[in-house]
Write a protein that binds this ligand. Structure first.
Ligand code: GTP
Ligand code: MG
Length: 366
């Protein structure tokens, strides 16, 4: 029991025994569930929007990324004439903050050579062209070549044939087109997660991709809904990738008015997002599913037991790879860290005199 309690927050470490700390945590959670949103919440709209604006990349940055992609494609095509490069991840899904690294996928049909050989060859080609810090990571979970472009100063990861990531990037970008509040909320949540140190998958906390899915799902659940469920509508976009059919309604320009009946402000949504993850989410039984626009049960997905490293302590279904839980990285220690951070954020949004500052105060290890 004792080892299950995170020691991340020093103020929680001197509350007495682990049991009473756990009990106290639950009691506080239950009590807070009854509290309505503070009445002055809309005072924080302008400051939250200002933070969002400060994080949005400038147009020139996009141009530089395209320029780098074009020059990389030229190089790659000398060796593999039919290969194509795609941007994916936050530089292409509308959720990238300024000065982010870019993620590139090399789509190549050459099946005679294996991924490692392609990556090593690619690294050789890039190095010969004076790109900096070129490194082939052939043993990573997603094998990549890393590089830095001395002309634009942009750092870049190139992976091979990760087409599913290109498709889920499009899904996220399409959701972002429907209602501006998604992008605002996700930027604020990602910014919070980075400042609080809970956006580090190798430490057992969640990826940016997982946080964006949490935001989409949350806005699908508002009453009235702010976002539709695109995979529940007539499919206008269908591709099959690695035997997975990816199909959804992508004519999102027709959905611009979808969320208009809901007039919740960004400050209210930030409050409600943290309130949900701190007090309302059923961690024991629930899986959040953007694919169905609803909560589904762990039992229905057979995610009730730990299998290998998949502990399913917080369950976020990938919209296309439905057997994939984006919460799989979370372990019995980091789940406490995460839940403490959700509690802290919910508390700040409810009671702090200056939530736009306190929320993002960097986490300092004791
Ligand atoms: P930043 O933190 O701003 O870099 O956000 P990001 O969206 O680029 O970061 P992240 O490293 O979380 O993921 C890069 C992209 O890879 C995502 O946008 C997804 O398209 C894809 N991706 C990440 N994790 C997974 C995963 O577990 N499964 C699948 N299918 N795709 C993933
Ligand atoms: Mg990225």
């Amino acid at each position: 029991m004792g080892e299950e309690i995170s020691t991340k927050h020093p103020d929680l470490n001197d509350l007495g025994s682990d049991v009473s700390r756990e009990f106290r945590g639950r009691r506080v959670r239950n009590r807070k569930r009854l509290v309505d949103c503070r009445s002055d919440i809309d005072r924080w709209n302008a400051p939250f929007l200002a933070i969002y604006e400060s994080l949005v990349p400038a147009e020139e940055e996009k141009a530089k990324q395209k320029q780098l992609l074009a020059s990389l494609e030229k190089l790659v095509n000398k060796e593999w004439p039919r290969a194509q490069l795609y941007l994916y991840g936050s530089c292409a899904n509308a959720f990238g903050v300024s000065n982010s690294d870019i993620d590139v996928c090399l789509a190549i049909e050459d099946t005679d050579i294996n991924k490692s050989e392609i990556l090593l060859k690619l690294a050789e080609i890039l190095q010969a062209d004076n790109l900096q810090d070129v490194q082939a990571l052939t043993r990573a979970r997603v094998p990549i070549v890393k590089l830095k472009d001395p002309v634009t100063g942009i750092s870049c990861d190139i992976c091979i044939n990760n087409v599913l990531a290109v498709v889920n990037t499009k899904l996220l970008r399409d959701y972002a087109e429907i209602d501006g509040r998604l992008r605002e909320l996700a930027f604020i949540v990602k910014h919070w997660a980075k400042k609080r140190g809970v956006n580090v998958t190798y430490q057992g906390t969640l990826s940016s991709y997982a946080y964006v899915l949490m935001c989409i799902h949350f806005l699908q659940q508002r009453k009235p809904a702010i976002l539709p469920c695109l995979q529940g509508m007539e499919a206008t976009y269908v591709v099959t990738v690695d035997d997975i059919e990816c199909a959804y309604f992508d004519q999102v320009q027709k959905l611009r008015e979808f969320g208009a009946k809901n007039t919740e402000s960004i400050a209210k949504l930030v409050w409600a997002f943290f309130d949900y993850w701190a007090h309302l989410h059923d961690y024991a039984n629930a899986v959040i599913s953007v694919r169905t626009g609803s909560i589904i049960s762990k039992r229905a997905k057979e995610w009730t037991r730990r299998i290998g490293n998949d502990r399913h302590l917080i369950c976020i279904e990938d919209p296309f790879e439905t057997s994939h839980d984006l919460g799989r990285v979370v372990d019995k220690y980091s789940i406490n860290t995460l839940r403490e951070e959700f509690d802290r954020a919910a508390n700040i949004m409810q009671y702090d005199p200056d939530p736009c500052v306190t929320l993002f105060e960097p986490y300092v290890p004791s």
